[in-house]
Write a protein of this length. Structure first.
Length: 364
């Protein structure tokens, strides 16, 4: 190669490298809207951790500003905001979108269904996440699991619940499939974002509510609005929180930033569950010992009735569309499989660790 040609070739390589370096340094500024109050413990802090992780891992190339419910859009409009591109990301729970995609409820909480450990296994190793993305594809949304609450509490009540008859006529905040089950048990279901729960319970607009668990319920001060705290959370053996991303925004990112975002979400998915596991018992002891909250087990007839109606509600959802049936088939097959193993692993261990089982009376 002649010297002049060599110089020109080297110049071309230099320009190409410079262009690549410039492209690699492009920065992206995203908005993330949530269904939770800004910086709310647990679920509200998960998106904040996500934004911080992404910024650190990307060396500032992807910056995400987090908005709490109502700051940019109302908490129940997160899905639309991401689908329409008003915000690039959202953090919420899929049962809030049952009016748009009824089958989305399978990915949030199924009464008497899988717990957090089992849900994570189904989503990441049982085909669940692929089905979730298939369901959201028509809305231009990619979805990832972004946290789990673990088994929730049964709810706060202003009156004692001694039998299923005591539920009749109550007004209660409970979303998703659990709310439909309670409706069939005579409860008038009222849906509202978390930020409205305390005032509604305190004012008597509702007679009962469920939120998440002791850590979050204490933060909301629900013990100041109701005296009786019931367990177990049959309606939500966990809630899987979701990180939803506008599909066009996702594909606009370079491959390395997409990988960083997905890795950070996976980290937050586990971190949120870890925090709830660590914080819930301390918060429960505070509620009982410092605020005189009366902890009660739901009566056996309430749990039996709830289980019966749950089977009907879930079966009807599964029959509502081809997609719902497809998701339900995958969900149930995985639950049957994992329950079979957990019978001789997790459950057998719990029984061995605590041979007395649950000695708490349902009428304590």
């Amino acid at each position: 190669m002649q010297p002049k040609a060599l110089v020109m070739a080297m110049a071309g390589v230099s320009m190409t490298l410079a262009a690549g370096a410039t492209q690699a340094q492009d920065t992206f500024e995203w908005k993330l809207v949530t269904s939770w109050p800004k910086n709310f413990p647990g679920v509200g802090q998960g998106p904040e951790r996500l934004a911080k992780l992404v910024e650190e891992m990307s060396d500032g190339r992807l910056q995400i500003e987090v908005f709490g419910a109502g700051q940019l859009v109302p908490g129940f409009e997160v899905f639309d905001a991401v689908s329409e591109g008003t915000a690039e990301m959202g953090h919420s729970a899929s049962y809030y979108w049952k009016g748009k995609a009824p089958a989305a409820q399978f990915f949030a909480a199924v009464p008497f269904g899988m717990n957090a450990q089992e849900m994570n296994a189904w989503l990441h190793y049982g085909g669940g996440l692929e089905l979730w993305n298939e369901l959201y594809a028509d809305f231009g949304i990619d979805v990832m699991a972004a946290g789990a609450s673990g088994v929730q509490m049964g709810g706060w009540y202003n009156e004692e619940i001694n039998s299923v008859d005591d539920l009749d006529g109550l007004k209660m905040r409970m979303p998703g499939l659990g709310g439909e089950v309670m409706n069939r048990m005579g409860v008038a279901i009222v849906n509202m974002p978390g930020g409205e729960i305390f005032t509604s319970l305190q004012s008597g607009a509702i007679d009962a509510t469920e939120w998440i668990g002791p850590y979050n319920d204490l933060a909301f001060g629900l013990h100041q609005a109701a005296d009786y705290y019931y367990y177990p959370g049959w309606h939500e053996p966990t809630v899987m929180f979701e990180a939803i991303v506008n599909e066009e925004a996702m594909t606009s990112l370079p491959a390395d930033l997409q990988a960083i975002l997905k890795t950070a979400v996976r980290d937050v998915n586990q971190d949120v569950l870890d925090e709830y596991t660590a914080r819930n018992n301390d918060a429960l002891q505070t509620l009982i010992n410092e605020h005189d909250v009366e902890l009660r087990r739901l009566p056996d007839d309430v749990l039996a009735e709830a289980k019966k109606h749950s089977e009907d509600v879930v079966a009807e959802l599964a029959e509502s569309s081809e997609m719902a049936g497809k998701i339900h088939e995958s969900y149930r097959a995985f639950q049957d499989k994992v329950e079979s193993y957990h019978a001789i692993s997790e459950q057998a261990y719990y029984n061995a660790r605590n041979p007395q089982g649950d000695t708490t009376s349902s009428s304590e």
